[in-house]
Design a protein around this ligand. Structure first.
Ligand SMILES: Cc1ncc(COP(=O)(O)O)c(CNc2cccc(C(=O)O)c2)c1O
Length: 459
């Protein structure tokens, strides 16, 4: 498909023209980008012919695995028939109607309405505007503040970055915008002290109540959270957290929003993360696994209460040229049908998820500087710590994480360092044999890492 060039030629041209996301371009151009050329199942190949285990499913998104021809065939057919038409101005088209009908079937009852976007960030920004418009229509104009968590990640648009709690993003672009508030994340390992996880879950949920009371319930529009904080380091809240947050939101009539961009479409072994944790959001945002990353598409699922409010509320002045794009919709539908018809999510819940969790614990708990080994379904992590016995983290959180991640990468295994959390989120089609292969490589890398840590004097 692409013109044949050497890796060096691709690197040079990339360095000359391409500004990468979340990247220090100057330092990347000194070392050169790794050129990924092909994908198949859980594997990637780079331009030097290395076969790589993609433990991150791209960016937490290639749930169906690489190379599924069913999706490319659907894309070609749709593109040849109707490559684009919009859903503004009283028009629709079969691809987006069929996708919408299917999505209403794979969500729990009560989520019958969906708004389309091109990404997770656009889904989050759509949700922000929806929530504020909803309260306006209810005659509660002051109810416009949204509460998120520190270190939460809700995308890179002005709204998503502001709602997210990553301070290093707020510093660029004079964020957050007004009407955003944050509470501490439910990270038991760091904040739990001598509380049990279940006790801590309630305490962390009560931080939301404190914030609502501090702002004033009549001013708070919604609380927004990822069922499991992904980019924030796979922070899995104790089981008591979300039911308590839901109770508090109902008590003060604050809308509850789940950001399912990572957890959605099977990552936890349920279709959606809120199903795993047992709560019901008023709205939830998705992208990534909706199309398995084959084409950009996002979707905002609106629960009955808000949907009726919006439908009765006149013109909702918001949307994108590509909202409900025909080819992206057709590919998303084929992807969701595969996830459903091949029983992939059920297998994550009953077979490969439990197996991964067991083997993940067996593989990593043994290492001196690894603690808080954790996971749900096929999203898992551990934290690199200075002293397990004291639950003491390394100073300069993040340095050893990068060191560890680079050892994996050099050994053709992609895992992610979020600070000093090492995380994996492989394609949901990973088999038990592939889990063994992946963790075999990872174990050898960890031995190298522990040696390097000692040699560096960091531990
Ligand atoms: C929970 C959540 N919400 C919104 C977004 C934004 O989605 P878009 O990127 O499609 O606008 C995300 C995206 N999450 C994301 C995106 C890129 C990189 C990484 C990483 O952890 O390296 C994570 C996400 O994880």
């Amino acid at each position: 498909q692409n013109q044949q060039r050497t890796t060096e030629q691709w690197r040079q041209l990339d360095a000359s023209h391409h500004l990468h996301p979340f990247t220090d371009t100057q330092s990347l151009n000194q070392q050169g980008a790794r050129v990924m050329t092909r994908g198949e199942g859980i594997y990637l190949w780079d331009s030097d012919g290395n076969k790589i285990i993609d433990g991150m499913a791209g960016l937490w998104c290639v749930n169906i695995g690489y190379g599924r021809k069913e999706l490319s065939e659907v894309a070609k057919r749709q593109m040849d028939e109707l490559a684009f038409y919009n859903t503004f101005f009283k028009t629709t088209h079969p691809a987006v109607v069929e996708l919408s009908h299917l999505l209403a079937q794979v969500t729990p009852a009560g989520y019958e309405h969906v708004f389309y976007t091109n990404s997770g960030s656009e889904s989050v920004d759509t949700m922000i505007r929806m929530v504020r418009h909803y309260w306006d229509v209810q005659g509660k104009k002051d109810k416009k503040t949204l509460i998120g968590r520190w270190n939460g990640y809700h995308g890179s648009t002005i709204g998503g970055s502001s709602l997210g709690g990553m301070k290093y993003m707020h510093e660029q672009g004079d964020l957050p915008i007004p009407g955003m508030a944050h509470v501490e994340q439910p990270w038991w390992y760091k904040y739990g002290k001598d509380l049990s996880p279940d006790e801590f879950g309630v305490v962390a949920a009560r931080w939301v109540e404190e914030k609502i009371l501090e702002i004033g319930p009549e001013k708070v529009a919604a609380f927004v959270g990822e069922p499991i904080q992904g980019a924030g380091g796979v922070i899995i809240p104790p089981a008591t957290y979300w039911p308590e947050v839901e109770r508090i939101c109902r008590k003060y009539d604050v809308l509850l929003v789940a950001d399912e961009v990572i957890c959605g479409f099977g990552r936890t072994g349920e279709w959606f993360g809120f199903e795993h944790f047992g709560f019901r959001p008023d709205i939830f945002t998705t992208a990534k696994g909706l199309s398995s990353g084959y084409l950009p598409i996002g979707a905002v699922f609106v629960g009955e209460r808000v949907a009726q409010g919006l439908i009765a509320g006149g013109d909702f002045n918001h949307g994108f040229t590509y909202s409900g794009h025909p080819v992206a919709s057709a590919v998303a539908r084929a992807n969701v049908e595969l996830l459903r018809d091949e029983g992939i999510i059920d297998r994550v819940k009953h077979e490969t998820g439990p197996y991964m969790q067991q083997r993940w614990r067996e593989t990593f708990s043994q290492f001196e500087h690894v603690d808080d080994v954790r996971g749900v379904g096929l999203i898992q992590a551990f934290t690199l710590v200075k002293d397990k016995s004291k639950r003491e983290l390394f100073p300069d959180f993040g340095d050893v994480g990068l060191m560890c991640r680079d050892i994996f990468f050099r050994n053709n295994l992609i895992m992610r360092a979020c600070g000093d959390h090492i995380v994996a989120s492989p394609p949901l089609v990973i088999t038990k044999a592939e889990i063994d292969e992946m963790l075999g490589v990872a174990a050898r890398c960890m031995e190298t890492f522990e040696r390097k840590l000692k040699d560096s004097g960091l531990a």
